[in-house]
Design a protein around this ligand. Structure first.
Ligand code: NDP
Length: 326
């Protein structure tokens, strides 16, 4: 099978497209013909080696794929079933989706809802499913559209684009934060009520700033998240999932102890299966597939390796889909 392979014979990793015998696929009870894979921020870190995402070598990257079951000894899956996989260490410790075939544990697979096709499933990918987990986190904490505006950072990126579209479709007033003012029209097209410059969230962090938002979805961390917290309304809720600006959090406890603000952590990788099924069924119900189409850029398999650095420059808009055998 054709695969992107990350090897590390010595200090530096080597990434190339290779023909790999199927026999080298890792153990698992389901073999999937991969129709589409995707590129997420984490895949870019793995392919460029910018961060130690890959834990075993050689590794096939690709934390997501959608495809059709070819062989299965798992009771829930049979040949021909349409499935999607996100996370579980795939593309990090277990060979991932940037290959013609993947062998994985059936317990990791989600059956694709009927309303979503294989290309759309890949377009949603980890970024979109994480955006849904963030929206669910806000809902669970009682953030309803009448409470006020929801701020979304990194709005023109993958998680941010899907979060913007999902929230707008549910009737929330979305304030999209971007470092790329040129994407304002794109963000309004996804449903953002207003678009603000990232600079509004990168200034000096005050323990408490003027109350602005009822909720937030943050992909940035660091100063952006600290400022967002300080600007939350009384009992506001921020769902935090990313570190595009940094791993640190230079915040004070003031928003928590004086305004009752909640910081809800969101992890997609080890998220239990019932939550995944809920997220995918909500994506099938709530995500406007026309808006999803506006987010998609297709990257041919042969161009994946050269595209990875663009993520680290924050230059990728929306979602990247990589056709494999489709
Ligand atoms: P993308 O690269 O598609 O989007 C990230 C966006 O963040 C960029 O497009 C940019 O948007 C913004 N950004 C870039 N640099 C900075 C900066 N220095 N300060 C503030 N914002 C910045 O990545 P994804 O959407 O796929 O992922 C976003 C983040 O979420 C990543 O950190 C990723 O690792 C994390 N993540 C975590 C998951 C989890 O399970 N917890 C799952 C999925 C993703 P703009 O130009 O609009 O400002």
């Amino acid at each position: 099978m054709k695969a992107i392979l990350i090897e590390k014979p010595e200090e530096t990793q080597i990434v190339s497209v290779k023909d790999v015998p199927d026999a080298q696929l890792p153990e698992g009870d389901v073999l999937v013909d991969v129709a589409y894979s995707t590129m997420n921020y984490k895949d870019a870190l793995a392919i460029t080696g910018a961060s130690p995402v890959v834990r075993r070598f050689p590794m096939v990257p690709g934390i997501d794929f959608s495809g059709t079951v070819a062989e299965s000894s798992h009771p829930d899956f049979k040949p021909g079933d349409r499935v999607v996989l996100n996370g579980w260490g795939v593309g990090e410790t277990h060979w991932g989706g940037l290959a013609e075939r993947a062998r994985v544990k059936g317990d990791w697979l989600v059956p694709l809802p009927a309303a979503i096709d294989l290309r759309q499933a890949a377009a949603i990918g980890t970024a979109g499913y994480t955006a849904m987990l963030c929206v669910l986190a806000l809902e669970r904490q009682g953030v309803t559209p009448d409470k006020g505006e929801i701020v979304v950072s990194g709005a023109a990126g993958g998680v941010g684009s899907v979060a913007t579209a999902l929230l707008a479709a549910r009737g929330y007033e979305v304030v999209a934060v971007t470092g790329r003012p040129a994407e304002a029209e794109y963000l309004r097209g996804l449903g953002a009520a207003s678009v603000i410059d990232r600079a509004e969230l990168t200034g000096k962090i005050r323990p408490l700033a003027k109350e602005r938002w009822a909720g937030g979805v943050d992909v940035a961390g660091s100063t952006v998240l600290a400022n967002m917290l300080s600007m939350m309304k009384y009992r506001g809720v921020v769902a935090t999932c990313g570190l595009a600006a940094g791993m640190d959090l230079p915040a004070s406890v003031a928003p928590f102890i004086l305004r009752g603000v909640t910081l809800a952590g969101v992890d997609s990788v080890m998220c239990p299966k019932p939550d995944r099924l809920e997220a995918w069924s909500r994506l099938a119900r709530d995500l406007d597939l026309g808006k999803l189409e506006e987010m998609i850029t297709e990257v041919p398999f042969a161009e994946v390796i050269d595209t990875a650095p663009k993520f680290l420059d924050g230059a990728v808009r929306g979602r990247i889909v990589v056709p494999i055998t489709a």
